[in-house]
Design a protein around this ligand. Structure first.
Ligand code: CA
Length: 308
């Protein structure tokens, strides 16, 4: 049994990532919520509402609602006001925990020392705070999976910065330099693997409850991405990262490299700087993913969509 914490700024791709973990038999020990895509309260509501949809009582811990140092902005234009389009959903039964995410992370790292995996499909504030509270989590957390950054300097919130890292580059700098075993899935890699028109139509024809749910929550994001980001379909940054975390064979090509984070108040704030020629002579701190086994990802997506 694998044990995961999934850290979310809960929009559509976070929700399907949570579902994919559950569907694949992962023991999800906690959903932790961090600032990001939409209003903090709605991110919590979305996580609880999504858990009600699949009938799972997994604990949801509110965490940090802001970056460590600077300010940030949410991106309702990308995901809609509700993160799943403009509709604002509410859970009918489930409630968030009163314990904070930072404490839950430290406690779960103790309880599942050497086994716990942390799936960060979100800004890295919660993990950085947990590390600052108890540095021993570096040795207790077996693996950190990060959706974030770019390898070719093609961003989505500034010309060179990817959103998750840009929101809290100070936290990202702490996490990448802490010594965690990190696999990083960059934005400008996943844009090459969208759900195109043909696949989108195929999903529409499935008529399962999950496929209908998928179409409903992704329509806003899909339209935004195709129109504004020149992507040939729906991008799946979080879900591809999750698929990789579940099954490494979703990675087609990766390299162990040194990654550092630009956190200056400057044009390149939030950029992931990758020492691709090992000029710094520092030991690699991350496995950077460069190519995806898209067929394998699709088989996992369609398996999820045919769940019920
Ligand atoms: Ca996310």
């Amino acid at each position: 049994m694998r044990h995961f914490i999934i850290d979310c700024d809960t929009a559509e791709d976070d929700i399907m990532s949570l579902f994919m973990l559950i569907k694949n038999g992962i023991s999800v020990e906690a959903v932790t919520i961090v600032e990001g895509n939409i209003s903090y309260e709605q991110e919590i509501n979305n996580a609880l509402w999504a858990l009600e949809f699949v009938g799972k009582d997994i604990k949801v811990y509110p965490g940090s609602d802001r970056p460590l140092v600077k300010s940030f902005r949410s991106v309702e234009e990308v995901h809609g006001k509700g993160g799943i389009g403009d509709v604002l959903v509410k859970p009918s039964r489930l409630k968030p925990e009163s314990k904070k995410a930072v404490d839950a992370i430290v406690e779960l790292a103790d309880r599942f020392a050497g086994e716990l995996e942390f799936l960060a499909i979100s800004p890295l504030t919660n993990l950085a705070l947990a590390y600052l509270k108890d540095k021993s989590i570096v040795d207790k957390i077996k693996k950190v999976w990060v959706m974030g950054g770019t390898v070719y300097g093609r961003g989505n919130i500034t010309p060179v910065a990817e959103y998750n890292i840009w929101v809290d580059p100070d936290a990202a700098k702490i996490v990448f330099n802490a010594g965690f075993d990190i696999t990083m899935v960059p934005w400008d890699v996943i844009v090459n693997y969208p759900i195109n028109d043909e696949l989108w139509e195929k999903i529409k024809q499935m008529k399962t409850k999950m496929a209908e749910f998928y179409i409903q929550i992704y329509t806003h994001y899909r339209e935004y991405s195709m129109k504004n980001e020149k992507i040939g379909g729906t991008p799946h940054p979080d879900l591809i990262t999750t698929a990789i975390a579940i099954d490494r064979s979703v990675i087609k090509r990766s390299e162990r490299q040194t990654v550092d984070i630009e956190n200056c108040d400057c044009l390149t704030r939030g950029m992931t700087v990758i020492d691709y020629l090992n000029l710094w002579k520092r030991p690699p701190n991350a496995e950077v993913v460069y190519e995806i086994n898209f067929e394998k990802f699709l088989s996992m997506l369609f398996d999820l969509l045919s769940w019920f």
